[in-house]
Design a protein. Sequence first.
Lengths: 137, 167
Amino acid sequence: MRYLAVISAISGVLILGLLWWGRNREATETPALVALTVPATVVWGERVTVYGGVSLPPGRYELGTYSCQDGRCSRSLWLALDGPVERWGSLGSVSFEGLGGPAWVELRAYRADRPSGTVVAVWSRPVSVVEPAGSTE
Amino acid sequence: MSADRVDVGGRAGWRRLAAAGVLAAGMAVLTALYVAPGLAEVPSFAAAPAVQACEPTGFLNANGEPVSSPELVRMNSNSYLRALVCDPSVLTSAAEGTAARGVGARLSVYLGTEALFDEPVAGAVELALPVQGPRWLVVAFTNDLYEPPEDRNLVLRDLRLVPLETR
């Protein structure tokens, strides 16, 4: 019986090791950004379209583009894609409604074929929100 | 007799320990499957995959078709062009933009995710931007607005990628 306990423990460790190895192996195949036009400065109230190319490994993915300011984010894109694929085109748009606090743009990729909808890749860039020319605000 | 009892009790203890081991392994598997992935740090998008045997594409429109007349590209709504840059080159163009709500037409030129030029254009601008491949170049008009009589539009004249050695 002592051997059974030892074998059970070793099996558990092996299974865990295999799972982590599998996760790390999969993690090397993350979505890639081929190009992306996210501006560093946006006039508040202005809507700016984001264009680019995204390369996705095998699997079903969802892409989201978010405009974030003062800790709140609004999404402008929800795009489902089946990899492997390289997708070019509009990746949504960004806009900011006031000068406010720190602002940034995020692009997130989710695995849509997993129950938990895990976020597998994130890209973000800070954005300066400026007043329109001639604004008195 | 008492030694046998102890022995029997020991076996039962090992059985319980074995069962606990199996249960613990099962719990660990479930944890690894459902909990751990959510706790792991989310990676950034990977860098663009390496371009194998780089062949310049020239400028392609949003449908992936070659731009027929790079001498005059009218962008009356948001749109983009792209080109695969292989050799060191210079992107040249004369851009003209019109303004609405006091903001010019935003001309965005990116090499991969690196901004080479990203500014509103109200009037005329001459571009001469050095680019180096192999990477994708994107030229886009990104903030279209039509509020009569104002209309933001962008025109690109003589859009060219000139290899450095031929300049």
